[in-house]
Structures are given as structure tokens and as C-alpha cells.
Design a protein around this ligand. Structure first.
Ligand SMILES: *Cc1c(COP(=O)(O)O)cnc(C)c1O
Length: 411
């Protein structure tokens, strides 16, 4: 067993050796520019790009001309949201289209893009989520007006794993004539996605979350019913049907194609295996420790993700106590800051509990041995920290901590 145990697959994944093998020729001998039309170097690069395009498109039931390669999901989210707003938005007149709907637990790539647009004068609705991280379809329906031009709601959440009711959102958007974008970076390759069945108009994904290389992803852009057009965000040579100029990252694209193909091949089996390991981890921890709660939806959740709150302990101390396990804490997500996770806050988790939360995200290389090692480390670390916690002692003596006047006697 390699230490530290890596249980942070939602942050990034290792490159699958089969993906590296597929990429290598395009980093060495086959180095051509896919836009070179006059020689075999260009042709073989272009052919490789088109093969990869077909592989990615197949996974989501899209056409090859609907795939636009980008540098990753952050770029895809930006291109989709700003591209739609600049193409279709109108901020004055009786037929104004100036309204975007998103929700509070989106990835920062979506939240910050929407906040930026809000600062530019566009009207943005951030829908709330319930305790499990789900939006309410009825609430979404009521939020849509004649002025709404885009709904952007993620598929699988990166911190808690909750899967939004994408097909329901898609149907609603179709019926109301509103474009629908989804950030599917965490769900792509882990759960089935069908852009036709789910009524998706735009979809973002990234290779490095599915055992592909970093710095490559794509945006699905619907071509029929309706044909979605995007205002150009990157001007230049007109690559990718003029939606994203810049010399194509051929090895990256080949890697994304291979990673997508491998993910779909193993999806069913991998999903079953990871769900079992994920549940083994949480059930074993919760069986040995009290005051542990699950964050996220108990059922509609990514197969590899489990986010737990440990009352009376502090996430950073917990991570230090179990330093041979690589996980994410509920306060480290915006890295440098020690703000509690905005996602957990949005669920109504208290700041104290959010600080004592850990995200375990499992993946292709995770073994039962690693899960059991992690369980042991978590249980002993939490016990040790609680033994040192005056709060825990008070709670065990029956003191209602929510009623304690912490300032009494300080004069
Ligand atoms: C990782 C992630 C992103 C960012 O992807 P990059 O390719 O690293 O830009 C966006 N959205 C979600 C949900 C993610 O998990």
C-alpha cells in the first residue's frame, strides 16, 4: 500500500498508463499541427483529434461537430456562460433577455463567472439547495421568467457528490424556451449522461478528473433543436468552428478521448465497486464513532464521494492527525483561506461542523485495504482529538452547547 493513501480523486486523478501510451506518439514523432493542411504531419494530427472527438461525443450521445476542445472545465464554463449571455443577452427594451439562473453549490468556475456578470449589470438568481444539496424543480420553474436566457446547474457536486435532477431541469428548460448548461466535470465517466434524453444544450467536462491529462477539456454545444451559438471568447485563427481559437493540444485531446473511452468501458463495474467501497468507509466510520453526519444526498450521489462532518473536532487538526491519508477538509476548499466551505454552508451545516468535515473521494486505484486503513486512522484521530476537547466533554456531560453563554463572566 502506497502512503499517503490518496482519497482526493475529485481534486484530480492520476493519468491512466493506457492514456499515457495513447498520448506518447503525439508528444514525439506525430507532433504535427492539426491545422496544417499541406502535409502528412498535419493530417495525422487532425485524424487523431477527430478520433478523440468521436470518442468523447459517443459517451454523451452527441455529434462530433458539437464538441469544442478547451483547456478544461473552467474555460468551458466561462465560454458557455459568457458566450450565451453575449450572444443572446439584451439589457433593455420590452423584450429584455438579461436573466441567468444558477444555484449556490456550483463550482467556483460557474459561481464566479455568474458573479462577474452580475457586477456587469446582468440579473442572476442563485437558487438555494435543501439539506441534501438538491435544488427544487418547482422553485426553478418559478424563477424562470420571459427575461431568462440561461439556466446553469451542475450535474455532480465536487464536494458532496449530490447529483442534481438534470433530466427534469432539461425538460423544464426546453418547455420554457431557456438554454440549459451543465457542469458535468464530476459526473462525466462516472454516471451515464445523454444530452438528448436529458435536454442539455451545453455541457462542460475535463480530462484530469477521469484519469486523463491536466489542461484539456471540452464544451458540448448543441447544433440542433435549437442550434446554440456562442459569442467568441478567444479570438484568433478560427479553430473549433470559431468557438475557441488556438492551436489544438493534440496529445491532450488524444488523452481525453482515450480517458473517456476507458471510463465508459468500465463505468458500470467501477460504479458498483466504488459505491461498495464508499459505503464500507462511511458505514465503518459511523459504526465506530458517534456524532458523525453525512453531507450530501444519501442516494442521488456520485458513486465515489462521501463527505462526513465530525462534531467537536476541527478539520485541519483532523487532517494533521491522519497525515498518511490525502483527503480534503471542509475548510480548505478555497485553499489559502480557512473559511468554512460555502457548499456545506449552503446546506445549512453550521460553521463549526463545516470546519470538522472531510471529503473522501475514491477512484480507480482505491483498494479495500486503503479504505480500511483510512477508517482506522479517522476513528483513532477523531477519538484522540475529542479526548482533548472541552466541548466534547461538556456535551457528554449533558450540557446543551447551543445554550451556553460563552461570554458570561468575562466582564
Ligand atoms: C475540477 C472541476 C472544475 C474545473 O476543472 P478544470 O479542468 O480543472 O478547470 C470545474 N467544475 C467542477 C465541478 C470540477 O470538479
Amino acid at each position: 500500500m502506497k502512503l499517503p493513501v490518496y482519497l482526493d480523486y475529485n481534486a484530480t486523478t492520476p493519468l491512466d498508463p493506457r492514456v499515457l501510451d495513447a498520448m506518447l506518439p503525439y508528444l514525439t514523432d506525430k507532433f504535427g499541427n492539426a491545422a496544417s493542411r499541406n502535409h502528412v504531419y498535419g493530417w495525422e494530427a487532425e485524424e487523431a483529434v477527430e478520433r478523440a472527438r468521436r470518442k468523447v461525443a459517443t459517451v454523451i450521445n452527441a455529434g462530433t461537430k458539437e464538441i469544442v476542445f478547451t483547456s478544461g472545465a473552467t474555460e468551458s464554463d466561462n465560454v458557455a456562460i459568457k458566450g450565451v449571455v453575449e450572444m443572446y443577452g439584451r439589457r433593455d427594451g420590452a423584450d429584455r433577455k438579461d436573466h441567468i439562473i444558477t444555484q449556490v453549490t456550483e463550482h467556483k468556475a460557474v459561481i464566479d463567472t455568474c458573479t462577474y456578470l452580475q457586477q456587469q449589470g446582468w440579473d442572476v438568481t442563485f437558487l438555494p439547495v435543501d439539506r441534501t444539496g438538491m435544488i427544487d424543480l418547482e422553485e426553478l420553474s418559478q424563477a424562470i421568467t420571459d427575461r431568462t436566457l440561461l439556466v446553469t446547474i451542475m450535474h455532480g457536486n465536487n464536494e458532496i457528490g449530490t447529483l442534481q435532477p438534470i433530466a427534469g431541469i432539461g425538460r423544464l428548460c426546453k418547455r420554457r424556451g431557456v438554454l440549459f448548461h451543465t457542469d458535468a466535470t464530476q459526473s462525466f465517466g462516472k454516471v451515464p449522461i445523454d444530452v438528448e434524453e436529458m435536454g442539455i444544450d451545453l455541457l462542460s467536462l475535463s480530462a484530469h478528473k477521469i484519469y486523463g491529462p491536466k489542461g484539456i477539456g471540452c464544451l458540448y454545444v448543441r447544433r440542433r433543436n435549437p442550434r446554440v451559438r456562442l459569442a467568441i471568447q478567444m479570438h484568433g485563427g478560427g479553430h473549433e468552428r470559431n468557438m475557441r481559437s488556438g492551436t489544438l493540444n493534440v496529445p491532450g485531446i488524444v488523452g481525453l478521448g482515450k480517458a473517456a473511452e476507458l471510463s465508459v468501458e468500465s463505468m458500470e463495474e467501477e460504479s458498483r465497486r466504488l459505491t461498495a467501497l464508499r459505503d464500507r468507509l462511511s458505514e465503518s466510520i459511523m459504526g465506530q464513532l458517534e456524532d458523525v453526519t453525512l453531507n450530501g444526498h444519501p442516494v442521488h450521489r456520485l458513486p465515489n464521494t462521501v463527505n462526513l462532518s465530525f462534531a467537536y473536532v476541527e478539520g485541519e487538526s483532523l487532517m494533521m492527525e491522519m497525515n498518511d491519508v490525502a483527503v480534503s477538509s471542509g475548510s480548505a476548499c478555497t485553499s489559502a483561506s480557512l473559511e468554512p466551505s460555502f457548499v456545506l454552508r449552503a446546506l445549512g451545516v453550521s460553521d463549526d461542523l463545516a470546519h470538522g468535515s472531510i471529503r473522501f473521494s475514491l477512484g480507480r486505484l482505491t483498494t479495500t485495504e486503503e479504505v480500511d486503513h483510512t477508517t482506522g486512522r479517522v476513528v483513532s484521530a477523531v477519538r484522540r482529538l475529542r479526548e482533548m476537547s472541552p466541548l466534547y466533554e461538556m456535551a457528554k456531560e449533558g450540557v446543551d452547547l447551543s445554550k451556553v453563554d460563552w461570554h458570561a463572566g468575562t466582564g
